[in-house]
Design a protein around this ligand. Structure first.
Ligand code: BES
Ligand code: MN
Ligand code: ZN
Length: 503
């Protein structure tokens, strides 16, 4: 008989973050996370100085080093996670490194809760809000797991910690509390985005994304609507429909509106996501190697939904309209052929050279559609090109924009949140390569600059908007041994929205 595992092992625990003040020696947490000095002082304070000194004689107090010290059953504090290299002022990058090490060390210790004291470390040019936010977003990512489809208990190891307190003093407690509130909201959006990305393509279809998005409408400030294929045909969305028509599962344009601003009439921020729930390439069929990873081709959609959910959970005083272009790209007797010409809802005609360049086809109709909301700014997020991975690898998302200020805001939000992005050129010189001998433009070009050319294609549909495009083909998911959705760039977008909301 097959062993079944408990629900809690399969589903993400609900992690509770809080702010704590007061003496560390009086703490009631199962584990204290601290620099060597703070750890030593606290251990001495509760009469465990000897055990602590004996356990840490060989500890090398450097960045990236951690040691779990078990204080013994008679101690009020069961464990201390000692984190190296933090008893002096450090750079933001080094602090992030130490936080990652500490977070990994904490993941599988026994116990229910931990108290995090690393916000006391001096970090060059960063305030307590950043230090707490950085710690919490790293913890959120580290403690995420996706075991929904596993039944063999032996293979499932889930963390037991479900509450983390961030220690603050009188001077820092207001900003730490704000970081805790923001991080708790981010966690809901980030986990959701990662779950949506990780679900297999036979589960996560366009209709599934719609059902998931509809859950947001439980909030009275949120409404969710959809354009089905019939409605999209009425709106002349020939580019979107050229992608979805090869599939048995119908495409959906999902629209989520959040009216959180004091004035309902305030221009919204628009987020648009590529939601290809599986990308076979269509008639321009992909090769089988790693084709399973094309279930992640809806990560842009998952990201904009996740960022929207985080913003809603944080009650950000801002209006948002989020549009998800959800479709499956399949080969079939009804599929689009290379050479077909279609008319987009903007009126522009497109010669489809390559049916594997489908993301830009669903996005161009979504971008045309979102203009009706007269948005203040539009940001689309898409796993758009393999060329983006060649250019930037996985560390940075690519940003393109027809508005440099918008690009700067996004890059800055990425820098702050540790979810980095890099601006790429969208120069006029690239545009002529989109010329078609038979239609207004082609959907695919040769001659290099693949990620830039995809952005150029989209720019033809956003001329009247303040618009940015993020190619997240390299950052939104990992392959190989750590295969899975990363949730990026939910952190970046959330920070951008927080700033837009004036918080
Ligand atoms: N979804 C892919 C891009 C992709 C590839 C994302 C690998 C993540 C990992 C996209 O639809 C695609 O197939 N793009 C083509 C465009 C080309 C035909 C112009 C590509 O990158 O090869
Ligand atoms: Mn493709
Ligand atoms: Zn694709």
């Amino acid at each position: 008989m097959r062993a079944t595992i408990s629900r809690s092992a399969r589903h993400n625990q609900i992690m509770k973050y809080s702010t704590k003040t007061g003496s560390l020696s009086a703490t009631r947490f199962g584990c204290l996370v601290a620099s060597l000095k703070t750890a030593r002082k606290t251990a001495a304070g509760i009469g465990a100085g000897k055990i602590f000194t004996a356990a840490t004689t060989d500890f090398s107090d450097h960045l990236g080093q951690t040691l779990i010290v078990r204080l013994g059953s008679r101690s009020p504090l069961a464990r201390i996670a000692v984190v190296g290299g933090l008893d002096k002022s450090v750079s933001a990058a080094d602090f992030s490194k130490a936080v990652k090490a500490a977070s990994s060390a904490l993941k599988f210790i026994p116990g229910k809760n931990a108290l995090w004291t690393l916000t006391a470390t001096a970090v060059a040019k960063r305030d307590p809000y950043w230090k707490a936010s950085t710690a919490l977003s790293v913890l959120s990512n580290t403690f995420y797991s996706f075991n929904q489809h596993k039944t063999a208990s032996a293979e499932v190891t889930a963390p037991t910690i479900n509450a983390i307190g961030i220690h603050a003093d009188e001077r820092t407690k207001a900003s730490v509390a704000r970081a805790v509130r923001h991080a708790q909201a981010l966690k809901t959006g980030l986990d959701w985005a990662r779950d949506l990305g990780n679900e297999p393509p036979n589960v996560c279809t366009p209709s599934y994304l719609l059902r998931e998005a509809r859950k947001l409408a439980k909030d009275p400030k949120v409404s969710v609507s959809v354009l089905d294929e019939k409605r999209m045909a009425e709106l002349n969305m020939g580019a979107f429909l050229a992608v979805s028509k090869g599939s048995e599962t119908p495409g959906k344009m999902i629209i989520v509106r959040y009216l959180g601003a004091r004035r309902r009439a305030d221009a919204p921020i628009a987020l648009v996501g590529k939601g290809i729930t599986f990308d076979t390439g269509g008639i321009s069929l992909k090769s089988p190697g790693a084709m399973d990873e094309m279930k992640f081709d809806m990560c842009g959609a998952a990201c904009v939904l996740g960022a929207t959910r985080a913003a809603i959970a944080a009650r950000l005083p801002i209006n948002i309209v989020t549009v998800v272009a959800a479709a499956e790209n399949m080969p079939s007797g009804r599929a689009t052929r290379p050479g077909d010409i279609v008319t987009s809802s903007s009126g522009r005609t497109i010669e489809i050279i390559n049916t594997d360049a489908e993301g830009r086809l669903v996005l161009c109709d979504a971008l045309t559609y979102v203009a009706r909301y007269k948005p203040k700014a539009v940001v689309d997020v898409a796993t758009l090109t393999g060329a983006c991975i060649v250019a930037l690898g996985s560390h940075a998302s690519a940003v393109y924009a027809n508005d440099d200020e918008l690009a700067r805001s996004l890059v800055a939000a990425g820098e702050f949140s540790g979810d980095r992005a890099w601006q790429m050129p969208l120069w006029d010189e690239y545009q002529p390569a989109l010329k078609s001998p038979f239609a207004d433009i082609v959907n695919s070009t040769t001659g290099g600059a693949g990620s830039i050319m995809a952005a150029c294609f989209l720019s033809r549909f956003t001329e009247d908007l303040s618009w940015a495009h993020m190619d997240v083909a390299g950052s939104a998911f990992s392959g190989g041994a750590n295969k899975g959705s990363t949730g990026r760039p939910v952190g970046l977008l959330y920070r951008y929205l927080i700033k837009e909301a004036g918080q």
